[in-house]
Design a protein around this ligand. Structure first.
Ligand code: HEM
Ligand code: CU
Length: 446
């Protein structure tokens, strides 16, 4: 195919992907990628210095077609501390480009390659220690479309899993350095989609309308863990296995190797919130590998009759939690020193322990989980509320005129954390602004 003209590649940060290639002819495609080392948030209160291709984790999405001649320029920002390079799995050539692209801070390197094989490919930094560069976020996806492009769909998104290793344990606040030993041992503290816990939940959820077709470009940067990618409440109509030409149909869970990818496609038939997980399920509910697809539109009672719409598929509650294995509760290491700190710490506990059931704005879920927003039950009796969190609650209760008859398990969190989370709840969403102290919690306990 003759290369007719040149054009500059559109690059996007996740979860967005560039415009489809469609029927365009093969071209000389200019890709300009900048490496940035910058601090970001791994989860609430936990800072991490990411090394990125294009300022995001995963790095910018590159979209090409087979036969393109890609002229790739990699620039290493002068504020960066280390040399880097890029190995694109779409490249046929030594090191996938790594040898030609090794670049020091304040320099740039250009090399070019022809896209010979269509498919979805991972790219990553391959500078020693390679595992560390990848663990810090240096990976992304490059799509090589076949001649004529991919079949048209309504929505396309970019999702990439990665595992993170921090000096402190999961949830430990502050700036967390990379932990080489944990990485070597493959003991991940975080497993996430798109670089951080919550990158695809709540307001960051991906969206669609009932009846639309969805295509997810799913990658796995690793560095260590293989992903069992699954969407709770959906069946993949089609999977491009390992990102290649082989198409499997009617798939529940697809493996995405470290350093590999898959393209999954499905039509959304009913409204609701569909949860994206690595079905190695502790990673989803305890380490962060959880995202959301929010689908709006008409109920389709013939396909799904449920009365509860949003949240019904949330299998066991908390987004990330310490599961109660013993009755021992670890006391908080840093007690809050002010109301502001109580609210900040309390929000974090809320997002880890309560949010999955009582929801982001405390609105609850009709017929299942009572609201904490404007809750007459909550505001009537602070000691009873403490008791609910400390000892759990079951049996019929009435909240704001609605009956609930269910079970809330006791929350295995320290007295400080109970005080902080209830103070957070009381000081939000139209509640009575009470301040709960550790002493009040201890009084209820004894
Ligand atoms: C009830 C707070 C976590 C499920 C309640 C109530 C409060 C409360 C104050 C009383 C009713 C109301 O005011 O609306 C909290 C806090 C949590 C937490 C602060 C986190 C620390 C959870 C989780 C679940 C859950 C994770 C689900 C797995 C329920 C249910 C009830 C309830 C089902 C009603 C129980 C019944 O019908 O007797 N919660 N909750 N809660 N909560 Fe939670
Ligand atoms: Cu690097």
């Amino acid at each position: 195919i003759p290369v007719s003209r040149e054009m500059i590649a559109e690059l996007t940060s996740p979860p967005n992907v560039p415009t489809p290639i469609g029927r365009r002819k093969a071209k000389k495609l200019i890709v300009n990628m900048e490496i940035l080392e910058e601090e970001g948030e791994l989860t609430d209160g936990v800072k991490y210095v990411y090394w990125t291709f294009g300022g995001s984790v995963p790095g910018s999405f590159i979209r090409t077609r087979v036969g393109d001649e890609v002229e790739f320029t990699l620039s290493n920002h002068p504020d960066n501390k280390l040399p880097h390079n890029i190995d694109l799995h779409a490249v046929t050539g030594p090191g996938g480009g790594a040898e030609s692209s090794f670049v020091a801070p304040g320099h740039e390197k250009t090399f070019s390659f022809k896209t010979l094989n269509p498919g979805l490919y991972v790219y990553h930094c391959a500078t020693a220690p390679v595992g560390m560069h990848i663990a810090n976020g240096m990976y992304g996806l490059i799509l090589v479309e076949p001649a004529g492009g991919l079949p048209k769909v309504d929505k396309e998104y970019y999702i990439m899993q990665g595992d993170f290793y921090t000096k402190g344990k999961n949830g430990e606040r502050g700036l967390q350095p990379f932990d080489m030993q944990k990485a070597v041992d493959e003991h991940a503290d975080y497993v996430v989609f798109n670089g951080s816990v919550g990158a695809l939940t709540g307001d960051n959820a991906i969206t669609a309308k009932v009846g639309e077709t969805i295509r997810l470009f799913v990658g796995n940067g690793g560095p260590n863990l293989v992903s069992s990618f699954h969407v709770i409440g959906e069946i993949f109509d089609k999977v491009h296995v390992e990102g290649g030409d082989l198409i499997n149909e009617n798939v529940q869970t697809t493996l995405v190797p470290a350093g590999g990818a898959a393209i999954v496609e499905f039509r959304v038939d009913v409204p609701g919130t569909f949860i994206l997980v690595d079905h190695s399920i502790f990673r989803a509910f305890n380490k962060g590998a959880l995202g959301m697809l929010k689908v709006e539109g008409e109920e389709a009672k013939k396909i799904y009759s449920g009365e509860i719409r949003e949240g019904i598929y949330l299998p066991e509650g908390p987004g990330i939690q310490e599961m109660p294995t013993t009755d021992e509760i670890v006391e908080a290491e840093i007690p809050a020193k002010s109301l502001d700190e109580q609210l900040e710490f309390g929000k974090q506990i809320y997002m880890q322990n309560c949010f999955a059931c009582h929801q982001a704005e405390g609105q609850g879920i009709p017929n299942a989980f009572p609201p904490l927003a404007n809750s007459d039950y909550l505001n009537a009796d602070v000691n009873r509320a403490i008791d609910v969190v400390v000892n759990g609650l079951s049996g019929e209760i009435t909240v704001n005129g609605e009956k609930y008859n269910s079970v809330m398990t006791k929350q295995m969190i320290s007295s400080d954390d109970v005080a902080n989370v209830l103070t957070y709840v009381y000081n939000n969403w139209g509640n009575s602004k009470k301040v709960v102290t550790k002493q009040m919690v201890e009084n209820v306990k004894n």
